[in-house]
Write a protein of this length. Structure first.
Length: 303
């Protein structure tokens, strides 16, 4: 039996509004007739398309996939009309990426690089707190979340964390500074710019200092890596950060890597949700090697 595109169109409209009654009124059909059409579409596809939450309908995983295809089909119809009137663009695939706000922009760019030159796709890049991004992932509004920590999934939240790369955290400073002596003595009395107290890098750095009985002189605690980069560049203080954050400055020679802190690393994770229907675009992104995501800039030593 062929797919009934009339049923698919009505499903698409319900999925866009999230309300059966409102959609039925807008389409000038009865609610029972609309429900029957959606049930017939579900029977044809062999999948439940909606999950009822009170008076609203939420798309299931299969429903989200069907909605994406319906979007493509009916948007192409609009593009066909535009093509013969005012000119239009061909349909493009889409991928939706969330990234925690504190994550290195340079790392995000390297992760997305395989897709950046493509003109046949739409990229949505959203930033925010991890909890909010995970909620969007669970609701199938994101395909992947980039974070610097892993999360544990369960039956209610079937998240998967894949470590993409791992990089040593270094002491970074302007190139005019003389190289500090070996760790830990080289940091005694030196002003430091460090990640905020919630950062996994900060936790590791604090443990390292405690082990060596070092009381660091903290000039600034900064959550945002882009701001840390600016402070490292525009002050004469040393900064505790991974090299990828200041990749361009290291290449240009305006900043210097004075050496990696022993045992302190930044890890980069891709968090996805277990799905039966995988995205080829996402599979390509997740298949990149650590060396591709964190290309070598200049040689750095060890403090």
């Amino acid at each position: 039996m062929k797919l009934n595109y009339h049923h698919l169109y009505h499903f698409w409209q319900v999925a866009r509004s999230g309300h059966l009654t409102q959609t039925a009124e807008a389409l000038h059909v009865s609610q029972s007739a609309l429900s029957h059409q959606i049930r017939q579409l579900e029977e044809r596809l062999g999948q439940k398309l909606f999950i009822r939450e009170g008076r609203k309908l939420r798309l299931s995983e299969a429903g989200r996939l069907a909605f994406d295809y319906a979007n493509a089909i009916f948007r192409q119809g609009e593009e066909l009309t535009a093509l013969f009137t005012e000119g239009g663009q061909a349909h493009r695939e889409s991928i939706r990426v969330g990234a925690v706000a504190t994550l290195s922009r340079n790392f995000q760019e390297e992760f997305l690089r395989p897709l950046l030159d493509r003109e046949d796709m739409e990229l949505s890049l959203q930033s925010g707190g991890l909890d909010d991004l995970l909620r969007r992932l669970s609701a199938h509004r994101l395909d992947v979340v980039l974070a610097n920590q892993s999360v544990r999934g369960d039956d209610q939240h079937p998240w998967r964390s894949q470590r993409l790369a791992r990089q040593a955290v270094s002491i970074i400073g302007v190139s005019g500074l003389g190289p500090p002596p070996n760790f830990p003595d080289g940091l005694r009395g030196r002003g430091l710019i460090v990640p905020g107290p919630e950062s996994t890098v900060r936790h590791a750095f604090d443990q390292l200092c405690e082990y060596h009985r070092l009381t660091p002189t903290i000039i600034a605690e900064v959550d945002d890596m882009a701001m840390m980069r600016l402070l490292a560049r525009d002050t004469h203080h040393l900064a505790v950060m991974p090299r990828v954050v200041v990749r361009d400055e290291l290449r240009a020679g305006t900043l210097t890597d004075f050496g990696a802190l022993p045992g302190v690393f930044e890890e980069f994770y891709a968090i996805t949700i277990r799905r039966r229907f995988g995205s080829p675009l996402l599979k390509r992104l997740l298949g990149q090697s650590s060396e591709t995501l964190l290309p070598t800039t200049v040689e750095g030593g060890k403090i």
